[in-house]
Design a protein around this ligand. Structure first.
Ligand SMILES: *[C@@H]1O[C@H](CO)[C@@H](O)[C@H](O)[C@H]1NC(C)=O
Ligand SMILES: *[C@@H]1O[C@H](CO)[C@@H](O)[C@H](O)[C@H]1NC(C)=O
Length: 175
């Protein structure tokens, strides 16, 4: 990364400092940097992939354990249909949740089995997600996206500001 000529405003400088402890833990098994491709997570990630693509910091430690995953976390996981493909989506349902699905899922309501999660892209119209391939095993999870680290203009992006469609869970409702 070439940092020459980079001007930081006060907010930018502050964020650089706040990222240092995170950068120090960099390790293939703990933290990882991943490039986000495509527009399925727009506007949260890659708001404009013509000018740039986002790189995110990924937290890998314990991410396959369902008790470390939470509703609305953004995760990277291996595609259930092709383990060489990696998807980045938001968790919209946890194990044991009951959810309203969306087209083209064959059923209107789905129960998420143990150690599975339901994932969707924030950009519903350009997303291949659980509505296509169903709930995914947490064993496919590679890590949790915890922040955008590149480009600098995207530092401090709040990954929870837009969360895709509203809560689709219907827990407690007998269907
Ligand atoms: C998953 O995480 C929970 C809570 O952090 C812990 O109690 C449990 O032992 C973990 N399971 C595995 C298989 O590591
Ligand atoms: C990010 O946005 C969410 C939803 O608007 C808000 O609840 C949360 O406090 C924000 N986090 C930060 C660090 O600003």
């Amino acid at each position: 990364m070439n940092l020459r000529g980079l001007t930081l405003n006060g907010k930018g400088a502050l964020l650089v400092i706040s990222w240092i402890p995170v950068a120090m833990c960099f390790n293939e098994n703990v933290c990882y940097i991943a490039k986000i491709e495509g527009k399925s997570m727009r506007p949260t990630l890659n708001p404009n992939d013509i000018t740039h693509t986002d790189w995110v910091l990924l937290w890998k430690w314990g991410a396959k354990n369902a008790s470390n995953l939470h509703h609305n976390d953004i995760i990277l996981f291996k595609a259930p249909t092709n383990p060489r493909k990696v998807y980045c989506k938001r968790i919209k349902g946890m194990q044991y949740d009951t959810l309203h699905t969306r087209h083209p899922y064959p059923k209107d309501v789905v129960n998420i089995p143990r150690n599975h999660v339901w994932v969707e892209g924030d950009n519903a119209f350009h997303s291949t997600d659980s509505n296509n391939f169903g709930p995914i095993s947490t064993g496919l999870v590679i890590g949790k996206a915890i922040g955008v680290i590149w480009p600098p203009s995207r530092w401090g992006s709040n990954l929870s500001e837009t969360i895709g469609r509203e809560d689709a869970r219907m827990n407690g409702i007998v269907v």
